[in-house]
Design a protein around this ligand. Structure first.
Ligand code: GDP
Ligand code: IMO
Ligand code: MG
Length: 423
C-alpha cells in the first residue's frame, strides 16, 4: 500500500478474491476498475462462502469503502441484487461508491451477447453471456449509456431511443427476435437509478482525495492478463484491460500513484471458454486438478480447463503488468502429484520460443517444453508459515520466482484467510 494493484497473471480464477480479501485487512478503499459481473470471486470467511461478481471483495471487511470505478460496465439490476444478498447476510453495503461515468449493461447487450455467440457456432468465444462485450462495444462506439444518465430521465430516454433504433433492427432483421420496448426498459432502469442514487459519485475525485490523505487503496483486478483485450489471446479475451495499467485508466487516478503490483498466480493454470492453451491437460492429471482444485466457474458453473503452470505466460505477465511481486495460490492442490511440471518454453516447427510468440497460431501448434520437479505428496493445507512446508514445496516456489523474475511474497495453501503464508 498505499496504492496496490491485485492482478491475475493467467486466464482468470487465480484466487484474486481471496488475495484481495487478505490485503483488504489493511485497506481503506477496494476498487474494481474493469469488467463487470462476468467476474466471480470466491471468498471463504470462517464457515461462510461469498461469491462476488461486481462488488469489490473489500466489502467483506468492515470499514472498507468498496468502489466500482469508471472503467467497469454495470448491470444495475444485478448490482442491486448483489447488494441485497450481502445485506441479508449481515454485510453492510452502505459505503459502496459507484462511478457516475461507468457504462451500463442494457438488456439488449445481454441478448446480443448470447445471440452473437450462437452466430459464431464452433468459433464461439465462450463468453459469460452477461452482455460485457456488447456494452464495451457501445462505450467505444460512443453510443453507450452511463450511470449518470439514470438521473436525467429525458437524456436517458433520448439515448435509449437512439440505441434501440439500431439494436431493434439488429434483433429483428439479423437475429429474427422480438423488438425491445423502450418504455419498459426506461421504467426498469430509472427505478434502479432511484435506488442507487446515494451510492453514485465522482469516484476519481474520491480516490484522489484518499491518496492525498495517505489512505490505503487496493485495486482488485477481474479476469486476468491473458484475457486482456490488448495483451491477451485475442479474440478469446474479455473486452476490457485487466492488466495493471487498466487500474489507472479505469479508476481515474494517475499511473504514478500505483506503487505495488501483485500478480496472483495459481500454481497450475486454468481457463474457462474457448481459445489456445498450450499446457492444457486432457488426461487424468488435468481431471485431478479440476476435482481437487474445485475448478468449476463461479459465474456460469462451467468446468475449467486445467494444465501445468506456464512460465512463458508468467514472465509475460510480469512484463506487461510491471509486477513487483507474486502471490502464489492453490499450491496445496499440487500435493496430489508425484512429479510436477512447469512449462519453460514452447517448440513449434523446430523453433524454440521463450517469449510469447508473435503469431498466436504458435500457441495452438506448439509443444510445451517442460521442466520436472519432485512433488511432496503430503497435505500442506495446515501449513501456517514457510517453515511448515516440505522442502520440495519450497523448491517449487523458488523455481516459480526465478522463472517469473520477481519475488513470491505470499503463498496460499487453502481458501481460508488463515491459509496464507507470507515470505
Ligand atoms: P478469482 O476469480 O481469481 O477470484 O478466483 P475464483 O474465486 O474464481 O477461484 C478460485 C477458487 O479457489 C475459489 O473457490 C477459492 O475459494 C479457491 N482458493 C483460493 N485460494 C486457494 C488456495 O490456496 N487453495 C485452495 N485449495 N483453494 C483456493
Ligand atoms: P474472474 O474475475 C475466468 C472469460 C469467459 C470467456 C471470455 C469472454 O473470476 O477471474 P466475457 O463474458 O467477459 O465477454 O467472456 O472471458 N472470462 C473469465 N474467465 N474468470 C473470469 O473472471 C472471467 N471473466 C470472463 O469465460 O472465455
Ligand atoms: Mg473467478
Amino acid at each position: 500500500m498505499p496504492a496496490t494493484v491485485i492482478v491475475g497473471t493467467q486466464w482468470g480464477d487465480e484466487g484474486k478474491g481471496k488475495i484481495t480479501d487478505v490485503f483488504a485487512d489493511r485497506a481503506d478503499f477496494v476498487v474494481r476498475y474493469q469488467g463487470g459481473n462476468n467476474a466471480g470471486h470466491t471468498i471463504i470467511i470462517g464457515d461462510e462462502r461469498f461469491a462476488l461478481t461486481l462488488i469489490p471483495s473489500g466489502v467483506l471487511n468492515p470499514g472498507v469503502t468498496p468502489v466500482i470505478g469508471n472503467g467497469t460496465v454495470i448491470d444495475p439490476g444485478v448490482l442491486l441484487e448483489e447488494m441485497a444478498t450481502l445485506e441479508s447476510r449481515g454485510i453492510d453495503t452502505s459505503l459502496l461508491r459507484v462511478s457516475a461515468n461507468a457504462h451500463l449493461i442494457m438488456p439488449y447487450h445481454r441478448k446480443i451477447d448470447a445471440l452473437q455467440e450462437r452466430y459464431l457456432g464452433s468459433g464461439e468465444i465462450g463468453t459469460t453471456k452477461r452482455g460485457i462485450g456488447p456494452a464495451y462495444t457501445d462505450k467505444y462506439g460512443r453510443h453507450g449509456i452511463r450511470v449518470q444518465d439514470l438521473f436525467d430521465p429525458k437524456i436517458f430516454r433520448d439515448k435509449l431511443a437512439v440505441a434501440l433504433k439500431e439494436k431493434n433492427k439488429i434483433l429483428v432483421k439479423l437475429y429474427n427476435q422480438l423488438a425491445m420496448d423502450a418504455e419498459e426498459i426506461a421504467a426498469e432502469y430509472l427505478e434502479y437509478g432511484a435506488r442507487l442514487t446515494d451510492h453514485v459519485t465522482d469516484t476519481s475525485l474520491l480516490l484522489a482525495d484518499a491518496l492525498a490523505a495517505d489512505k490505503n487503496v487496493l485495486f482488485e483486478g477481474a479476469q486476468g492478463t491473458l484475457l486482456d483485450i490488448d495483451h491477451g489471446t485475442y479474440p478469446f479475451v474479455t473486452s476490457s484491460n485487466p492488466t495493471a495499467g487498466g487500474a489507472a485508466v479505469g479508476s481515474g487516478i494517475g499511473p504514478t500513484a500505483l506503487d505495488r503490483i501483485v500478480g496472483v498466480t495459481k500454481a497450475y493454470i486454468s481457463r474457462v471458454g474457448s481459445g489456445p492453451f498450450p499446457t492444457e491437460l486432457t488426461d487424468e492429471v488435468g481431471a485431478t486438478m479440476v476435482e481437487v482444485g474445485g475448478e468449476f466457474g463461479t459465474v456460469t458453473g462451467r468446468r475449467r480447463r486445467c494444465g501445468w503452470l506456464d512460465a512463458v505466460a508468467l514472465r509475460y505477465a510480469t512484463r506487461v503488468n510491471g509486477l513487483t511481486e507474486i502471490a502464489l495460490t492453490k499450491i496445496d492442490v499440487l500435493s496430489e502429484f508425484d512429479t510436477l511440471k512447469i512449462c519453460v518454453g514452447y517448440e513449434a516447427d523446430g523453433i524454440r520460443f521463450e517469449e510469447m510468440p508473435r503469431q498466436q497460431r504458435v500457441l495452438y501448434q506448439c509443444e510445451p517444453i517442460y521442466e520436472e520437479l519432485p512433488g511432496w505428496k503430503q497435505d500442506i493445507g495446515d501449513a501456517r508459515s514457510m517453515d511448515d512446508l516440505p522442502p520440495a514445496a519450497r523448491e517449487y516456489i523458488e523455481r516459480v520466482e526465478k522463472l517469473a523474475g520477481v519475488p513470491v511474497t505470499m503463498v496460499s495453501v487453502g481458501p481460508q484467510r488463515r491459509a496464507t503464508l507470507s515470505r
